[in-house]
Design a binder for this molecule. Sequence first.
Ligand code: AMP
Ligand code: ZN
Length: 112
Amino acid sequence: MDCLFCKIIADEIPSTKVYEDDKVLAFKDINPMAPVHILIIPKVHIEGANALDSDNVGVVSDIMLTARRIAEELGLSEGWRLVTNVGEHGGQTVKHLHFHLLGGKKLNTELA
Ligand code: AMP
Ligand code: ZN
């Protein structure tokens, strides 16, 4: 499948991995928007939040818990943000579900 993040999962494209288990991979965003900018993705290919259903939504819990653990490990006790972009208007450029974990500074509160 011609998917950038599936290739990262398969180690066909290099990444700086932060966490990995059988369901989830977390790696550093190549173009960080904050001192901490990590992408957390399911290992199974899901195109985006619009493709979630009752069969595959469980991985979102795994991603949320992964985000919470990474935030704790990186000492983001002052706060952090988890964002997923959906579709063209949402600014989604990679069609594999991913959540941006952002932190390490006081983040801009203007979301849109
Ligand atoms: P989005 O705009 O929500 O689809 O986010 C896609 C993100 O993937 C962007 O923040 C990019 O900087 C990031 N990205 C693109 N290619 C790579 C890569 N090879 N390794 C790490 N992050 C990447
Ligand atoms: Zn994929």
